[in-house]
Design a protein around this ligand. Structure first.
Ligand code: HEC
Ligand code: HEC
Length: 289
């Protein structure tokens, strides 16, 4: 057995082993095993053994140098074929899907350029028309949430939602990243030095839902919530979102990540352009002002 044959056997055994693992047919690999694959591998093993060790009545390989021209053409064609497959026709060829994608991308770029510097009024107007199409089916034409089907966007937060968030915490990437709010077992009232009580939760939920006016619940807010949401509830960068009012960044984060809460589940909207997200942000923010 010469070196080439030995190397070939090693390669074949490695490939068989790889197939064996990749197909996961070993019983211990979680798969039930597939006897057709087992037969194929067994057949391959037998073939390797037979070709390596059987002496075919003296019939052997007749070794000739390859003619130089033939070898050059063979090598050249091999390299050309690799280029042709990867960079030439099959991969980079014209396709209708490619043309469609290019046309859509060009249109989006034109749309973005055209709407790059819209003033507040135009943004709101554009946001309003997108809202009618994309958002009104759930939020209603008046954005009132259609009797609790979706969030009422004419007010920042409802009491029910605030209580639910305090009790269960929240993990909706409202800050645009993974930064959950702890549940009530992680909410200490600094004024009392104890965890928030039911009565305090009722009071602070009313206070926040009512637009943070009056005195009832204000002390709980200052002691428990202000550290993360700011003394005015308008949020602290990278720490807590605004719970006093909507702002375009908050709306953009809800659109990007979707939202699950006491009211229901809102899907993410990833097919909107940057200008459309900005427009919706301006529109939703204007609703509760
Ligand atoms: C440790 C910081 C921290 C404290 C303390 C905290 N929050 Fe939060 N809160 C957050 C973060 C962060 C989020 C955003 C969570 C997310 O991405 O879903 C949040 C989200 C919320 C939301 C959800 C807003 C929405 O649009 O759904 C409400 C409501 C809320 N907080 C109310 C409160 C109230 C009321 C208190 C005080 C009782 C409080 N939070 C205390 C960090 C905090
Ligand atoms: C399939 C129904 C559905 C559609 C469509 C939908 N939403 Fe929502 N949206 C909801 C639900 C349900 C909630 C409340 C989630 C929760 O329980 O906090 C919500 C919440 C929100 C919030 C967060 C309110 C808060 O208090 O934090 C914003 C902002 C919002 N939607 C904006 C939009 C915009 C803008 C669109 C259109 C691009 C839209 N939604 C489309 C169902 C929907």
């Amino acid at each position: 057995m010469n070196k080439t044959v030995l190397a070939a056997i090693i390669v074949v055994i490695a490939m068989l082993g790889f197939t064996y693992v990749a197909v996961g047919m070993a019983g211990g690999m979680g798969g039930e095993g597939d006897w057709v694959n087992k037969l194929a591998v067994l057949g391959a093993v037998v073939l390797v053994i037979v070709t390596s060790f059987v002496n075919w009545d003296g019939i052997g390989e007749y070794k000739n140098e390859l003619p130089f021209g033939w070898a050059v053409i063979f090598l050249g064609l091999t390299i050309w074929a690799i280029w042709y497959f990867l960079a030439g026709y099959p991969v980079n060829a014209y396709s209708q899907i490619g043309e469609y994608n290019e046309a859509v991308a060009a249109h989006d770029a034109k749309f973005e350029a055209e709407h790059a510097n819209m003033d507040e009024e135009t943004l709101k107007e554009m946001g309003g028309s997108i809202f009618i199409v994309q958002c009104a089916p759930c939020h209603g034409l008046q954005a009132d949430g259609i009797d609790g089907k979706a969030a009422n966007l004419n007010a920042r937060l409802e009491e029910k939602t605030i209580k639910d968030v305090i009790n269960k915490g929240s993990n909706n990437q409202l800050l645009g990243m993974e930064m959950p709010m702890p549940d009530r077992n992680g909410l200490m009232n600094a004024n009392t030095g104890a965890l928030v009580t039911d009565a305090e939760i009722d009071a602070v939920a009313k206070y926040v839902a009512g637009g943070m006016k009056g005195t009832e619940g204000a002390d709980v807010f200052a002691g428990t919530c202000a550290a993360c949401h700011g003394a005015d509830g308008k949020g602290v960068d990278m720490v807590g979102p605004s719970i006093a009012e909507f702002n375009p960044t908050l709306v953009a984060n809800v659109l990007k990540h979707g939202k699950k809460g006491a009211i229901g589940a809102m899907p993410a909207f990833n097919n909107l352009t940057e200008a459309q997200v900005k427009a919706l942000g301006a529109y939703v923010t204007s609703l509760s002002k």
